[in-house]
Design a protein around this ligand. Structure first.
Ligand code: XMP
Length: 329
């Protein structure tokens, strides 16, 4: 079957309930089993909503015939690789290959300051690492992807070149399987919950492919990257405690590569600022800033400046889009 021809049926009811999700899952399991038979399927499992839902669905359909590859490019948020391993390998018994390619990515990125060049390196290296893993495996005939309906519509409208198999080298000529292709994002989340994925995985805020790399502006260094990762973890923890998780569309920290003076324990410091960004949007074309409770800001400033090495100042980015973009790079 040529999956690129599969379309969302006109008038298809929006999947909002567990019953509808269960019916969709049963249907997709049957379709996948008929299509795949006893063959093997490869999936790049990032831990994002779409690839996680595809993984959970295909594990139900074909079990160990699904081979998931989780590439850690060293730019993931705190706890993400661990959660992928816990959920898929430990809880769902997935056939999961974990590749820690941190050194490889950070070596290639060393000294690179141009944002688009950073993106190209991260994207290109990702495909190379994934392709190397794919070549080590025997008998893979299918590539599963977390394509969703808005991706199809945006590709057709020429807005976004979809991240599909076209990106893989020619010797890796797999047939595509796209089990959530006809779903909108909110439906993917309902299906994910019905499949038993953890709430925080299914309700995750959007996270860019180049990860924390675009939140560490300029040339990425390991110490500044760690400051981004730690401050982001604190921000997420405090947003969750304040009941903002799932309510604010996207929130993160940025640690730019300049320093300012400060004082700690009576001594002069010369450290980076940490910038907090929290935004709301429906289409990411126009974005408004979330106005935080001043008490929460005070608490964040206190925690970040005391717990994150290398940070002596916290700023809040009050700029909507336009004129600013969401990410700093
Ligand atoms: P901007 O910064 O363009 O971001 O206003 C809009 C949305 O897109 C995300 N974003 C990316 N996602 N690869 C991605 O997969 C990227 O290179 C990239 N750059 C930005 C950003 O997080 C926001 O949600």
């Amino acid at each position: 079957m040529d999956v690129t021809k599969i379309r969302r049926p006109d008038g298809m009811a929006r999947i909002t309930t567990k019953e509808q999700a269960d019916a969709f899952i049963a249907e997709q399991i049957k379709l996948a089993q008929d299509e795949i038979g006893d063959k093997k399927v490869l999936l790049a499992l990032s831990g994002g909503v779409d690839s996680s839902v595809v993984a959970a669905l295909l594990i139900k359909a074909i079990g160990q015939q699904l081979v998931c590859v989780h590439v850690n490019h060293g730019l993931l948020r705190k706890g993400e690789p661990e959660q992928v391993i816990e959920v898929f390998r430990n809880n769902m018994n997935a056939n999961l290959i974990y590749v820690d390619a941190t050194d490889r990515f950070l070596d290639k990125l060393a000294g690179v300051t141009d944002p688009e060049q950073k993106r190209m390196i991260i994207g290109g290296e990702f495909i190379e690492v994934f392709a190397e893993e794919a070549r080590k495996l025997d008998g893979i005939e299918f590539l599963a992807q977390g394509t969703i309906w808005p991706d199809v519509l945006e590709s057709e409208a020429g807005i976004k070149a979809h991240h599909n198999a076209g990106g893989l080298p020619e010797d890796l000529d797999f047939e595509l399987i796209e089990p959530v292709r006809i779903l909108f994002k909110d439906e993917v989340r309902v299906v994910g919950k019905a499949l038993g994925l953890p709430e925080n995985m299914v309700e995750r805020q959007p996270f860019p492919g180049p990860g924390l790399g675009v939140r560490c502006p300029g040339a990425i260094t390991r110490d500044r990257l760690e400051a981004v990762r730690e401050s982001d973890a604190i921000l997420r923890e405090e947003f969750a405690k304040a009941g903002l998780e799932g309510k604010v569309w996207q929130y993160f920290t940025v640690v730019p590569d300049f320093k300012s003076t400060g004082i700690k324990d009576g001594k002069r410091t010369f450290d980076w600022p940490c910038i907090i960004r929290a935004i709301n949007t429906t289409d990411v074309v126009e974005v408004t800033v979330e106005h935080l409770d001043p008490a929460l800001i005070d608490h964040l400033v206190q925690r970040i400046t005391t717990e994150v090495p290398g940070i002596n100042r916290v700023l809040y980015d009050y700029t909507p889009k336009p004129p600013a973009t969401v990410e700093w790079e």
